[in-house]
Write a protein that binds this ligand. Structure first.
Ligand SMILES: NC(=O)c1ccc[n+]([C@@H]2O[C@H](COP(=O)([O-])OP(=O)(O)OC[C@H]3O[C@@H](n4cnc5c(N)ncnc54)[C@H](OP(=O)(O)O)[C@@H]3O)[C@@H](O)[C@H]2O)c1
Length: 197
């Protein structure tokens, strides 16, 4: 993990769950971690807890479904930390309802966060790496096992659809980076907590 020490990681959705755990681990490895979430006070509480660790956690309040807030966050990271070397696209939303019961508002909420915000954070992170000549950066998408096949649990159908888009976007970004002869890496981390049948 020597590579990571002192470098800057953005973790979206660092106020809870997997994002908080990832932020905690990266700080333990010596990274300067920007933890983005709407509940910034929860990220601040984690940052206070992690004082004395090799790295630091810097909380930034950001609703990543708001384009202007994302752009402002990257501008602040550039100003205060130089830029982003690692982008962990973790924030995600699952409104569990069958397709025949869901609403457009709920579907848009999932698409905005799981797909559009992920793309915007990725675009801004890669731009930040390129403008500083960082060719060993890393983008990591949090996916789900449901992003790889059609679940038999109807209430997961729309959410899994958004994660299937993430599967496509991961490979598509890999192709774009390769075409550009970039060594920036794109990875996907797949999570499963339910018995999928
Ligand atoms: N948990 C699982 O078993 C599981 C399984 C498969 C895949 N995944 C995926 O893994 C990732 C993390 O899951 P999790 O279970 O840890 O989620 P979680 O506990 O529900 O936490 C979601 C995080 O996303 C943040 N968030 C939500 N809306 C946001 C917004 N508009 N702007 C910024 N941040 C926002 C939340 O912070 P605020 O509310 O403070 O903004 C919170 O920190 C997601 O992509 C999820 O789809 C999880």
């Amino acid at each position: 993990m020597e590579w990571w020490s002192g470098r800057v990681a953005l973790v979206t959705g660092a106020s809870a769950g997997i994002g908080a755990s990832v932020a905690r681990r990266l700080v333990a490895e010596g990274m300067r971690v920007v933890g983005a979430a709407r509940s910034v006070e929860r990220v601040q509480a984690l940052a206070d807890e992690l004082k004395g660790q090799p790295g630091t956690l810097i909380p930034i309040k950001c609703d990543i479904t708001k384009d202007d807030q994302v752009v402002s966050m990257f501008a602040r990271i550039k100003r205060e930390l130089g830029g982003v070397d690692v982008c962990v696209n973790n924030a995600g939303l699952a409104v569990l309802k069958d397709l025949l019961e869901g609403s457009p508002e709920e579907w848009r909420g999932m698409l905005d966060l799981n797909v559009v915000a992920l793309c915007l954070c990725t675009r801004e992170a890669v731009a930040s790496m390129r403008e500083r000549g960082v060719d060993d950066g890393h983008v990591i998408h949090l996916n789900s096992i449901g992003g790889h096949y059609i679940s038999q649990i109807p209430s997961f159908h729309f959410y899994c659809g958004t994660k299937q888009v993430v599967t496509t976007l991961t490979e598509a970004l890999r192709l774009e980076l390769r075409r550009a002869n970039s060594k920036i890496r794109i990875s996907v981390s797949c999570v499963c907590f339910l018995p999928w049948s």
